[in-house]
Design a protein around this ligand. Structure first.
Ligand code: SF4
Length: 149
């Protein structure tokens, strides 16, 4: 049975998610940046992909390793602007204001090279701190990457 604190935290996370999803749906459906443009459709599909994979974190980690994830986040904020600027992203501090309660899809970004392709659609000329080097790590040559819990 969950404790009152766990229930409170779950409700808080649901509230944060709703605060994101409502403007996200509005942009996706009612603006030209959404389903009415090719770029919008790519970004929407990417969101569905990451949301789905976020339901299976172990699988997502496997995919990251399969594609050879390396590097770490530089806090450029591009992945927080896919389709719309996340209402929880703070432009001044360059930090997520709900970091401890951020959704799984945010915790895991990027999962596959397609996520970096999506990310590059919103910020060209400045690379993500993560890269995919294309092969699973070996014991002799481990790949290091920084994921923030
Ligand atoms: S795009 Fe990459 S470097 Fe920029 S905030 Fe997202 S994970 Fe970090």
């Amino acid at each position: 049975m969950s404790s009152p604190f766990q229930r409170y935290r779950l409700l808080r996370r649901l509230r944060y998610l709703t605060q994101y999803l409502i403007p996200c749906l509005r942009v996706a459906i009612f603006t030209r940046q959404g389903i009415w443009s090719r770029k919008g459709r790519i970004l929407i599909w990417g969101k569905f992909r990451r949301m789905f994979l976020g339901l299976f974190p172990a699988l997502a980690r496997q995919l990251q390793l399969k594609h050879g994830i390396a590097g770490g986040c530089r806090s450029c904020g591009a992945s927080c602007r896919l389709l719309l600027k996340c209402p929880h992203w703070d432009d001044v501090t360059h930090l997520c204001s709900i970091y401890e309660d951020r959704p799984t899809a945010c915790r895991l970004f990027p999962i596959t090279p397609e996520d970096l392709r999506d990310r590059d659609l919103v910020l060209e000329g400045q690379d993500c701190g993560y890269v995919f080097v294309g092969s699973a790590p070996t014991e002799a040559e481990p790949i290091t990457f920084q994921h923030y819990p």
